[in-house]
Design a protein around this ligand. Sequence first.
Ligand SMILES: *Cc1c(COP(=O)(O)O)cnc(C)c1O
Length: 342
Amino acid sequence: MIDLRSDTVTQPTPEMRAAMAQARVGDDVFGEDPTVSELEERTAEILGKEVSVYVPSGTMSNQVGIRCHTQVGDEIFCDVTAHTYYYETGAPAALSGVMVRLLPGVRGIFTGQDVKAALRPRDDHFPCTTLVCVENTHNRGGGSIWPIQRIEEVHDAARAAGLSLHLDGARLWNASVATGIGEDEYAGYFDSVSVCFSKGLGAPVGSVLAGSAEFIERARRFRKMFGGAMRQVGIIAAGALYALEHHRDRLVEDHANAKKLASAIAELPSIELDVDEVETNIICFRVTGMPAVDLVGRLKKDGVWVRAIGEDVIRAVTNLMVSDSDIDRAIKAFRQVLGGAA
Ligand SMILES: *Cc1c(COP(=O)(O)O)cnc(C)c1O
């Protein structure tokens, strides 16, 4: 089975497992796990932030970030399809007591003008708006990359209004590999940055939230409150550390595989896909003439596993477990199922 449902389906490689087996560990709640400390220091360094904190998931990372930036009753801005809003169980309301104001982005990318237009004056009728969240690359946007000028524009609009900025960089690694713009340059526009090790990088568990020393001190407190402080967690942090050092550069392969698959299936009947929109490792396309779930079922019988993310929208995500020859097989399966030229 060629599993293209997500880049979360990856298994740790033998080398990664060896690094995990040999990891030095300690009680991280006491601050005594050397592997976690190394991961936190190394990640902060790559992101150009003072410090960082290891958490079990990207959801916790984002939500601890939002909790740190806001007070109950505040309003935060994010794109209408942002992971923090769309896929995190209503956590901003449940855990931080904030309202989410949705900005009308295109493929997850909004403008400085969108921020300005959503702002309201300070007045007793209105909530306090305190935070803007940006997601780069954008998951439901089809792995879209925020142009750096757009980030700067949103940053300037947010700062002018006294708002903080949080970056959901679950796939920031993919953006950097695709553009050559360093993770630290992207991160420089944000007060806090969340990155995932369990997506494209292929580690089994974990994310990191990075920011100033003062911010992360507060974040550690909320990590504990949300139940995310762990003990001899170096055993999994070692996988994340291995992935950070060895699996970032290879993301170019995932991007090339995504382009190749997208270019081939864009030619097929019943598929609407703009190959230029495939910028990283995520392919989103529209299916015509049958429900998306039907095509998913037919492809699965032919050994290719993709995911319906809407009635007529399918997502395929290239990842560490999918080789160049797997992509050739996947293309063949698509052609068989949809009856394009063999
Ligand atoms: C996967 C993902 C997360 C976090 O997901 P977890 O499953 O909680 O680790 C956050 N943001 C984006 C954009 C994601 O794709």
